[in-house]
Structure formats: structure tokens, C-alpha cells
Ligand binder design. Structure first.
Ligand code: GUN
Length: 283
């Protein structure tokens, strides 16, 4: 491998210890940082995510309030809980784990969370603030990618950045963050006519498509920074793999993130960062 490996696990640990310091400082002022985590139903993957988030809270000294509701919970009941948490002075962040059961309108729930407690950055107010370059809450995964780039010393201003994927949670906020950092940004997606041609001009590629090993070496310019947001299961081996064909791409690019151990750990670290920042802002 000729590329420099970006160690997301180590950088996430660094961020978590920075957050821990800030949380302790707030605690010394009599202010306990608190995250409310809501899980509806019994989706096993969601249960694992929620458990990891609560563990990260504990590790950072953040108090977590856990609400585990049955799958049959009525939408209006969930709305009432969100409203109650919006009004509580001791709650800094509210996280509703997705996906929600089919009978609940996800948008209605996410849009009911007070923007100043929206730790995921999914509320349209926070999405809008990001798009006009004003401070707000930024979605954790793209915020984590920016930290990885900055802490690795990857230059962004004036560079060509290609984001592959246009989801509301990753692709779109990612493009806005890179734009705010003065990159020239292209967003590619499933209907892009010649993805290879678009990717080959990139100094920075962020792959967030959810297709195992789709980005191969022939998509990548020599020396580019390649950030892999994908978390996929290899159909043959059952092992985790990204959207980037690590083996071939790492021989050609300048920087690369592994899967696992790249972007993944950063997402939870940035969730802790966001929660602590919300507490600081509300203080
Ligand atoms: N489900 C999958 N990813 C996420 C996330 O980042 N936040 C929430 N709330 N739910 C998710």
C-alpha cells in the first residue's frame, strides 16, 4: 500500500477525550450534559447502534436518558415524548433512532425536535443553516469526514471534491461542508452518466453510495484522498467492506480510510461533540 492510512479509530478517541474534558468543565460549573435517546421497536441493528451511543455517552461523562418504546407506539405518543423533552431544561440533545416503524411519519417526528436540541442535525432549520453557511448542528457522519480530512492535513480549499451519493444524511450535507471549506464540489449519484470520468478529476472523493467496492482504482486520480463512508456486508465472505475497493485503490491514492476503523468511529465521536456543543450553547 502506498497511501497514507487515515486512522479514524485513533482520531475518534482523540475527539472523545476532547469532549470528555469539556463535559467535565461543564460539570464543575454544575451543568450535567444530557442526551435523550429514543428507540422505537426492536430492530436488532438499531438496538446495537443505540447501545453503542449510550456507551459512548458514559465514556464521555454525558448522562443518557433512555426511552425504549414498543413497536406499536402511536405516533401521537412519540410526539408527546419529544415535546416533553423539548421543554425539559435538563435535556441538551434529543436523538430518535431511525428507522421508525412504518406507521410513524419519520419527518413529523424529526421536525418536532427543537432545532437547538437536534443532536443529529436532521431538522430542516439546521439543514438550512448549513446550506447558507451559518452555524447550526451538522449531521454527524459528514462532520466526522471533515474532521478526518482536517486532522490528516488534507488540503481542501481550491481542490476538486467529488461526493458520490446524495442522501440527506450524508451526501448533501457533505457537499455543503466541502463547499464551505472552499472546495470545488461535484455531487455524483446513481444517474450520473460517466461516474469514472467525474471521479477521476477529484482530489478528494467521498464515497457514500452503499455499494460494496464500487469505487475501483480506475476511478481514482494518483494521490487523491479517498474517504469511504460505506458499511456493507460482502456477499461472499460476510465481512464488512466499504464502497471503495481498498486493495486496488490504496495502491494509487494518497490518503485512504479503512472499513471498519475509518469514518464509522467518527460518527459517534461527532455525536458526542454535537451534544456537548448544544449544552455549551444553551448554557
Ligand atoms: N439510523 C441510522 N443512522 C442514524 C443516525 O445517524 N441517526 C439516527 N438518529 N438514526 C440513525
Amino acid at each position: 500500500m502506498s497511501a497514507k492510512l487515515i486512522d479514524g479509530k485513533a482520531m475518534a478517541a482523540e475527539i472523545r477525550s476532547e469532549v470528555r474534558r469539556d463535559v467535565e468543565r461543564l460539570k464543575a460549573e454544575g451543568r450535567e450534559v444530557t442526551l435523550a435517546v429514543i428507540l422505537v421497536g426492536d430492530d436488532p441493528a438499531s438496538a446495537v447502534y443505540v447501545r453503542n451511543k449510550k456507551k459512548a455517552c458514559e465514556d464521555a461523562g454525558i448522562r443518557s436518558l433512555s426511552y425504549e418504546l414498543p413497536a406499536a407506539t402511536e405516533e401521537v405518543k412519540l410526539l408527546e415524548l419529544v415535546e416533553e423533552l423539548n421543554g425539559r431544561a435538563d435535556v441538551d440533545g434529543i436523538l430518535v433512532q431511525l428507522p421508525l416503524p412504518a406507521h410513524i411519519d419519520e419527518k413529523k417526528i424529526l421536525w418536532a425536535i427543537a432545532p437547538e436540541k437536534d443532536v443529529d442535525g436532521f431538522h430542516p432549520v439546521n439543514v438550512g443553516l448549513l446550506s447558507i453557511g451559518e452555524p447550526g448542528v451538522v449531521s454527524c457522519t459528514p462532520a466526522g469526514v471533515m474532521e478526518l480530512l482536517k486532522r490528516s492535513g488534507v488540503e481542501i480549499a481550491g481542490k476538486e471534491a467529488v461526493v458520490v451519493g446524495r442522501s440527506n444524511i450524508v451526501g448533501k450535507p457533505m457537499a455543503n461542508l466541502l463547499l464551505a471549506a472552499n472546495a470545488t464540489v461535484t455531487v455524483a449519484h446513481s444517474k450520473t452518466a460517466d461516474l469514472g470520468e467525474v471521479c477521476r478529476r477529484a482530489d478528494i472523493i467521498v464515497a457514500a453510495v452503499g455499494r460494496p467496492r464500487m469505487i475501483t482504482a480506475d476511478f481514482v486520480k494518483e494521490g487523491a484522498a479517498v474517504i469511504d463512508v460505506g458499511i456493507n456486508r460482502d456477499a461472499d465472505t460476510g465481512k464488512l467492506c466499504g464502497d471503495v475497493d481498498f486493495e486496488s485503490v490504496s495502491e494509487k491514492c494518497g490518503y485512504i480510510t479503512p472499513v471498519p476503523g475509518g469514518v464509522g468511529p467518527m460518527t459517534i465521536a461527532m455525536l458526542m461533540r454535537n451534544c456537548c456543543d448544544l449544552a455549551i450553547k444553551r448554557k
